[in-house]
Design a protein around this ligand. Structure first.
Ligand SMILES: *[C@@H]1O[C@H](CO)[C@@H](O)[C@H](O)[C@H]1NC(C)=O
Ligand SMILES: *[C@@H]1O[C@H](CO)[C@@H](O)[C@H](O)[C@H]1NC(C)=O
Length: 188
């Protein structure tokens, strides 16, 4: 028994050594360059569906892990960008509500802020689903997050409420990134 355990330990050390040699070898460097090139391709494919692909690419490249991440990793990086955007939008909507004068406008932007808070919850569950390999559930959650965003978007447009170009762009970007996220989740 003791002998066997020693044997296992020995094998383990050998593997570690092998790994060490490999990671230092030009072969491994070549391989990691290959992975990075492949990921540039993947990023281009995923961001292709976005109307503003540059913003999608920028989101992914802002995380250095995107160079070596697999498809699930890329999806999670996109989800992290989405949560940043949605937190900003929730905040923007409640600020507009706070400075608005008439009651119906206050009401509308308060509702929008709630929509984004709900969308944030769906994004959280999408991330949890992605991490546990439940890709269909993740896609459903992203779609629901997008639904709450478009509910707000629709209210703003149909009641002809004025929002700054910056916030209008933020909303569009959020919708773009949701599409890109679902595009990659569909591939999993
Ligand atoms: C929206 O909210 C975010 C986060 O609080 C803030 O950084 C950004 O400047 C706001 N955008 C506008 C146009 O007010
Ligand atoms: C805001 O939400 C409340 C409660 O759901 C609803 O009664 C009201 O009509 C909504 N207002 C607007 C402007 O969307």
């Amino acid at each position: 028994m003791a002998h066997q355990r020693y044997h296992h330990l020995h094998l383990h050390l050998l593997l570690l050594l092998l790994l060490r040699v490999l990671t230092l070898s030009p072969f491994f460097l070549q391989l990691s360059k290959l992975v990075a090139a492949e990921n540039n391709n993947l990023i281009a494919i995923v961001c292709h569906v976005a109307e503003v692909p540059e913003s999608c690419i920028q989101c992914l490249k802002s995380d250095p892990h995107s160079e070596i991440a697999d498809e699930v990793g890329i999806a999670i990086i996109l989800m992290n960008c989405l949560t940043d955007h949605i937190d900003a939008l929730e905040n923007n909507m409640s600020k507009i509500a706070a400075v608005s004068k008439d009651k119906s406008t206050v009401n509308l932007f308060q509702n929008c802020s709630k929509d984004y808070a709900t969308a944030r919850k769906y994004l959280n569950s999408a991330i949890t689903s992605l991490k546990s390999g439940k890709y269909d559930a993740a896609e459903t959650s992203v779609t629901l997050a997008l639904k709450f965003d478009t509910d707000c978007h629709f209210k703003i447009v149909s009641f002809k409420k004025k929002i700054s170009h910056k916030i209008a762009f933020e909303i569009k970007l959020f919708e773009d990134l949701c599409q890109a996220a679902n595009r990659i989740i569909e591939r999993l």
